[in-house]
Design a protein around this ligand. Structure first.
Ligand SMILES: Cc1cc2nc3c(=O)[nH]c(=O)nc-3n(C[C@H](O)[C@H](O)[C@H](O)COP(=O)(O)O)c2cc1C
Length: 462
């Protein structure tokens, strides 16, 4: 059997993910796993039609396609995303239709589920027969049960192909028939009271997006500044080299305009609005590259306290996964997600109302300097980074470790809270005595849970 492995690592063969593929190959020599370096070679693939056709030929002759990639900012790296865009732009879907697909993505589990959802959605859009995804931590190959699960996953994939198993489809095709939007005058112009608001769009070629950006900016007495990613000198996508890990110095430092742009216009804003049109199940390649390249800040949040809004042309309501990706991004950055305005409303007036609501909320929250509490996505996610940077990833991410100490990110480790540890030890000892245990569990438990909050309510100074 021949499986084409589409490698989404920017590092080509020198890839963690490809070690997982090699392990499968080692144990299944009877099958050919043909690796094609997609992310690493994307410029050649895009420029050279023959190279693109050669990949399609490999897929045509294969029994299955394994999408194997590292997780990059909750999805796939921009270079891989570009390949996916090319499939649709060049009407190459036929090569993928009916092929058995599987996903293998390595990471530290920070939002790997959104990457799997994205890729399964793409497989469904391509009418592939999606079997399953395998999402190991990047070090799982060192563990007995990690290796065993990998081989079981591979075995199941091969069996599904050999026996032509039926497969499950999860995502319905996205449909979008937006009105031609033309903005009306805002009901009352909003005053930003000196706060700096910035709108960033990837490109303003899309007429609805351009009109939405205009409509949004017209909601204010002083229209927010506007920047377009296509006007910024960005030489390429993230290389995954981790040079930034030591002191945030990116391999592109001094070589293009991205870092200057980010430090001058993004980090200094109070209100940030990201505007883009949906392309497949994400925004454009240009937006993905923006998020990947922002990784020169590694895992250190740099947008703390900012209010973030999104203006999106496209069927976002049908794509909860994308909204979640931006929710996770915002919470990871310790910013506040204020909302999404889209062109899904059936009339221009409806879209006006969405944009005005977003503008009002951004203005109010910014004036209040509001920090929205994190949800599971932020709380859970931050525990992953805290543990990883404290432990295994402290090297090479030296700059993160210093920043986490400075920002108090290690403060919530239980082992540091001596008072709580002593208190819990006392309670554990007391609870061994049945009478005391009963009096707590069957008696005072509910009161105990509100007692310390009542103290705050009773305190006239709080
Ligand atoms: C720019 C960048 C972004 C990343 N984004 C994520 C992420 O969102 N979630 C995660 O768990 N790991 C993330 N990682 C970690 C990689 O997914 C992980 O190291 C992967 O195993 C690398 O595989 P590769 O060597 O095949 O490229 C990121 C790494 C880099 C360099």
């Amino acid at each position: 059997m021949k499986i084409v492995v589409l490698n989404g690592s920017p590092k080509g063969d020198v890839s963690v993910t490809m070690r997982y593929v090699a392990y499968i190959q080692k144990h299944y020599p009877q099958h050919e796993l043909k690796v094609l370096n997609i992310a690493h070679q994307i410029n050649g693939i895009e420029k050279n039609e023959q190279e693109f056709t050669r990949i399609l030929d490999e897929i045509h002759s294969a029994d299955g396609v394994l999408w194997a990639f590292p997780l990059y900012i909750f999805v796939v790296i921009a270079q891989y995303k570009r390949f996916i865009e090319l499939i649709f732009e060049r009407n190459a879907q036929a090569a993928f239709k009916g092929k058995y697909a599987a996903v293998l993505t390595t990471s530290i589990h920070f939002s790997d589920h959104t990457a799997v959802n994205y890729m399964q959605g793409i497989c469904d859009d391509l009418e592939m027969r999606y079997v399953d995804a395998f999402t190991p931590h990047m070090q799982d190959l060192t563990l007995d049960d990690g290796r065993q699960a990998l081989l079981q996953f591979a075995q199941h994939y091969f069996t599904a192909i050999e026996q032509q198993h039926p497969t499950l489809r999860r995502f319905a095709p996205l449909t979008h028939s937006s009105v031609h939007y033309s903005p009306a005058t805002a009901p009352a112009k909003l005053d930003l009271l000196g706060k700096r608001a910035v709108v960033i769009a990837d490109s303003l070629q899309n007429p609805n997006l351009r009109a939405m950006v205009d409509g949004f900016r017209n909601c204010f007495v002083q229209p927010p500044e506007l920047f377009c990613l296509e006007d910024i000198d960005i030489k390429g996508g993230c290389l995954g080299c981790l040079q930034c890990g030591y002191n945030y110095e990116c391999a592109y430092t001094g070589k293009d305009g991205f870092i200057d742009f980010f430090n001058t216009h993004i980090i200094t804003a109070d209100i940030l609005v990201f505007a883009g049109a949906m392309k497949d199940r994400y925004l454009s390649f240009a937006w993905k590259r923006f998020f990947d390249r922002s990784f020169f800040n590694t895992h250190t949040p740099v947008l703390q306290g900012k209010q973030l809004g999104f203006i999106i042309s496209g069927p976002l309501a049908q794509n909860q996964n994308l909204a979640e990706v931006f929710d996770i991004y915002t919470q990871w950055q310790m910013a506040t997600l204020v909302g999404f305005a889209t062109d899904e409303a059936p009339t221009s007036a409806g879209i006006d109302a969405q944009l005005y609501a977003l503008a009002c909320n951004l203005t109010d929250y910014s004036a209040l300097q509001y920090h929205k509490p994190k949800t599971f996505l932020g709380v859970g996610g931050w525990k992953i980074f805290r543990d990883e940077i404290w432990g295994e990833l402290r090297f090479p991410f030296v700059a993160d470790h210093k920043a986490y100490k400075r920002l108090g990110i290690y403060r919530d480790f239980p082992q540091r809270n001596i008072k709580s540890r002593v208190g819990i030890s006392v309670l554990l000892t007391m609870a061994k005595v049945k009478v005391i245990r009963d009096s707590i569990y069957k008696g005072t438990m509910k009161d105990n849970m509100v007692e310390y909050l009542d103290k705050i309510l009773d305190n006239p100074n709080l």
